[in-house]
Design a protein around this ligand. Structure first.
Ligand code: GDP
Ligand code: ZN
Length: 300
């Protein structure tokens, strides 16, 4: 399934791209999620009646807390090999908190992240210093980072080489340059891009729903610009597992149920005080911990 622009679902096979409706059974099953069929899903279709009969088991998927309906989830996309997080240092500025929520989500759903800092042509020498500090923390944890600009063809080629033979979900704030990057990666795509409103330094919405673009050598999914990323279905004791540097040391905590807040003998706090875990990564961990007040998902 490649997009749901309205009440129907667009499905691509080797030969056709066509719109389908959901069989009644599937509509009923999607109680918890706001969308029972997600972009990237492989589906069983009845071409005579234009119906989606079933969804094939998902390799993985990325969930997000639904913006308007509390306690419900939105499946952003399914069957992913890679998630490209598009960060911009300015116009608009991406916060480390936003980035770390997406990265923790990647860990939670077993999707490999690729972190790209786009609009590198706009960076001053001082900005570079800050970005280098940011990227060195991520690379030490084991994440791959790239600096890109739509004005630098070799950076786009480099990015494209990372996407070959994969299905990649693009996520970032509106205005971070997702559509511009995809237009460069896929010749002839012509996604609409928008001038950034200078006054607010925020992009205006262009993409309104997730959509997959299929090429012979890669598949990419563009998503609407995301302002805040609400994480879904996280148990408090699991959140540390979604920060690789916390996961690495937490087995040495004195208490097995340590949340690494202020417990005695906490190896995570120890690593933070020695500078082995970046202070801001730790603070973002605490923020996610604080916001994960899901009663329904509270630890038994
Ligand atoms: P999206 O909302 O993430 O899809 O962002 P767009 O692709 O619409 O880009 C928003 C604005 O940023 C447009 O005016 C683009 O021309 C501009 N933009 C995108 N990438 C770059 C870049 O690498 N450098 C510069 N200077 N501008 C860029
Ligand atoms: Zn601890």
């Amino acid at each position: 399934m490649i997009k749901t622009p309205g009440s129907f679902y667009t499905v691509a096979d080797e030969n056709n791209i066509r719109d389908f409706k959901l069989a009644g059974k599937l509509r009923l099953e999607g109680i918890k999620a706001t969308n029972p069929v997600a972009v990237g899903d492989y589906v069983l279709i009845d071409t005579e009646n234009n119906l989606i009969l079933d969804i094939l088991p998902r390799k993985n998927y990325v969930l997000r807390e639904s913006a308007n309906l509390s306690k419900r989830f939105h499946i952003l996309a399914a069957n992913l090999d890679l998630l490209t997080l598009v960060i911009t240092f300015k116009y608009p500025r991406t916060s480390k908190g936003f980035a770390d929520r997406i990265l923790a989500t990647c860990e939670a759903y077993s999707v490999k992240p690729l972190i790209i800092f786009n609009k590198k042509d706009l960076l001053s020498p001082d900005d570079y210093k800050e970005i280098n500090e940011w990227t060195s923390v991520y690379e030490n944890i084991g994440y791959e980072t790239l600096l890109t600009s739509i004005l630098d063809d070799s950076s786009i080629e480099n990015l494209k080489s990372k996407l070959l033979h994969k299905t990649t979900l693009f996520i970032g704030h509106s205005g971070s340059g997702k559509s511009s990057l995809l237009n460069k990666i896929i010749p002839g795509l012509h996604l609409k891009t928008r001038e950034i409103s200078k006054k607010f330094e925020k992009g205006k919405h262009t993409t309104t729903f997730a959509e997959m673009f299929i090429q012979p050598d890669l598949k990419v999914i563009d998503t609407p610009g995301i302002k805040e990323f609400g994480m879904a279905r996280m148990k408090k004791y699991e959140i540390g597992d979604y920060f690789p540097e916390i996961l690495k040391v937490k087995t040495f905590c004195k208490f097995h149920n340590c949340l690494h807040i202020n417990e005695p003998g906490c190896s995570v706090l120890n690593a933070v005080s020695k500078g082995e875990i970046a202070q801001w990564r730790y603070e973002n961990y605490l923020n996610i911990l604080e916001s994960s007040s899901y009663e329904a998902w509270k630890d038994e």
